[in-house]
Design a protein. Structure first.
Length: 56
């Protein structure tokens, strides 16, 4: 009996994060000093945090 692969069984969910000002938080990837950094930035107020959940 054939089984479905692990990747086909997972569901894709996208989660949207919002800043307290009402703007949407987008993840950005920065490359500085030979290291890759992920930063979360609000599109409306341009506030930058390390993770999206830090906006609460």
């Amino acid at each position: 009996m054939a089984q479905a692969s692990k990747n086909s069984r997972t569901t894709v969910t996208t989660q949207k994060f919002f800043c307290s000002c009402g703007g949407e938080v987008k993840m950005k990837t920065l490359f500085e000093n030979g290291k890759v950094k992920n930063m979360a930035e609000c599109e409306k107020c341009k506030r930058v945090e390390r993770r999206p959940r830090d906006f609460k």
